[in-house]
Ligand binder design. Structure first.
Ligand SMILES: *[C@@H]1O[C@H](CO)[C@@H](O)[C@H](O)[C@H]1NC(C)=O
Ligand SMILES: *[C@@H]1O[C@H](CO)[C@@H](O)[C@H](O)[C@H]1NC(C)=O
Length: 295
């Protein structure tokens, strides 16, 4: 059986980063040293000689993770990832946004679940509000994510959260006009990525174990971009619906016609699990499941 009741325990933020301020930089290209900190296992992090590509590796001792120094509330967040190739069963690369360490945290997750050589990667997404998740969807991809870099992005405003793979929205998560318990929109979030061993649940529900003979397992990153509202304490900005922010405009509240076509194709062909269709797990489906992604 699949085990769903896990959470990103790695959603750590290290005290002190909050104090740092690089206010003003909300677009353009982002260097690692100016924008990120390593969360743990510094020696499992490497960069290419020109600093453009970053590598996280996992071995039997430990994985590794990094996070942005800044928090953001709403915007567009993207990065190119190339995942662990070959036999990567049991290995999970997570790429996510998360508000803080507390039990009440909000979180938007992409998780890439490795597989045995030649077997397809699965991409799992999840949404947490106030510490409550359990909103997994799983998709297969239309390419091999270990062969090349592909863009994985999140668009987040007060109306919808879109999970993108190469500009194709694979998941649409909508808000309603009424206050609710499912749409994270209050807390600013950091962006994180990490690689870790999850062979107790990740691949075929934990049946396939990590084969440490193939370690280290390396995932690669480049072109991080955050076009969002940077949260600067003590001024909780990012609240107003300012007209300058494209991610807060009407066009970003709903899918465009092209996105609707792409999304319909994803729904027909790539979804392998949707918690909103899991009546066994949720005899009464969660409230958000009745909201149409199309409006
Ligand atoms: C962000 O965009 C503005 C306007 O296009 C530009 O003036 C500014 O230099 C950019 N910032 C970075 C960090 O690239
Ligand atoms: C791994 O491959 C198997 C066999 O093709 C498939 O059933 C499974 O969904 C794949 N992904 C994971 C994460 O187990």
């Amino acid at each position: 059986m699949e085990r769903w009741a896990f959470s990103l325990v790695l959603c750590l933020s290290v005290a002190g980063f909050m104090a740092s301020s690089h206010a003003g930089q909300s677009n353009g290209s982002f260097s690692f040293q100016d924008n990120f900190d390593i969360m743990w296992a510094q020696d499992h992090f490497k960069t290419s000689p020109d600093g453009q590509v970053w590598y996280l590796d996992l071995d039997k001792e430990t994985g590794c993770g990094f996070q942005t120094r800044q928090r953001y509330r709403f915007g567009w967040f993207s990065m190119k990832l190339k995942l662990v190739g070959g036999d990567s069963a049991g290995v999970v690369t997570a790429y996510y946004m998360c508000s803080d360490t507390g039990p009440e945290r909000d979180e938007l997750d992409f998780e890439f679940l490795g597989n045995r050589t030649g077997q397809p990667y699965t991409i799992q997404t999840n949404v947490y509000k106030k510490g409550v998740g359990g909103r997994e969807m799983r998709h297969i991809l239309w390419f091999d994510p270990t062969e090349d870099f592909h863009t994985y992005a999140i668009l987040w405003n007060n109306h919808q959260i879109l999970f993108f793979v190469d500009r194709v929205p694979i998941r649409v998560y909508k808000n309603t006009d009424k206050p609710n318990d499912f749409f994270p929109n209050e807390k600013p979030m950091y962006m994180f990525s990490s690689i870790w061993n999850a062979d107790d649940w990740a691949t075929r529900g934990g049946l396939e174990k990590t084969d440490w003979k193939n370690a280290p397992f390396v995932s690669s990153y480049k072109d991080f971009n955050a076009d969002g509202c940077q949260w600067v304490d003590p001024y909780p900005d990012c609240v107003s619906t300012t007209t300058q922010n494209w991610w807060d405009q009407y066009d970003a509240w709903v899918l465009s016609d092209d996105q609707k076509k792409d999304f319909a194709w994803v729904e027909r062909n790539l979804v392998i699990y949707d918690y909103c269709k899991d009546n066994e797990r949720y005899p009464k489906l969660p409230d958000e499941c009745s909201i149409s992604p199309w409006d």
